[in-house]
Write a new protein. Sequence first.
Length: 296
Amino acid sequence: MPARPRTLRTLCLTAAALSAALVAVLSAPAHAATPIEAAKALAAPGVPGANDWSCRPTAAHPRPVILVHGTFANGSVNWLTAAPALAARGYCVFALTYGEVSGVPVLRAVAPVADSAAQLSTFVTGVLAATDSAQVDIVGHSQGGMMPRYYLRFLGGAAKVHSLVGLAPSNHGTTLDGLAALASSFPGALDLLNAGCPACVDQMVGSALLTRLNAGGDTVPGVSYTVIATKYDEVVTPYGTQFLSGSGVRNVTVQNLCPVDISEHAAMAFDPVVLHEVENALDPAHATTTTCASHG
């Protein structure tokens, strides 16, 4: 007996639904990354003392520390001194590499700051899940000290971050001369700067990103901020533009701690005087006076 029209219509709709479901299954990723797996994909390789995903914070150091590198650099080279020093103090330390642009070899932290902040968000979420923690502390160098502020203000990071420590951060921007000085330290970076570097544009004084970021105040409630700057910074100039204003802020000039310290912009990530002050910022209850003899 011929099928009734309604039966035929039902069969056709069922077949179409099954076909669509099959296409969706076949086109879906084979495995959706968990937050921890997504964070591991961003982890910087070969950083001594960092990215031990089995590490669990202690009562003495209850929050994992995330290290965020600067423009043109990567997590593997930026934190060779700080990561093992903090790990030796008992911190769970994690370092990422962010800001890759398709077609640009080697150089990182060159993508738009907003995109890099989204990667930081992914990394923080994974670290919190892996360590079973409620908050992290962030230590960032150069762009790595400024970019997390975008995450705090616009991507929900304020609830997940206890402290942000910026080393020579580009909080209020730098000049083209400053970016050129930084680029000269990285082979190929000057060509990239001339050809187009989204993160460089974002970090120039008066950029749309910095204008939006700093509108309404430099800080967000609930986060502790420390900025550590050097008078000899040749990249983010004048160095006083690195400082933040607002509640919960401590601004530090290295030469006020050690007058003979001549560290410039890049050296801030390796200076033992700076590292001691970082440790004070991470654990203010046990802070000790930082002098020229201090070490991490």
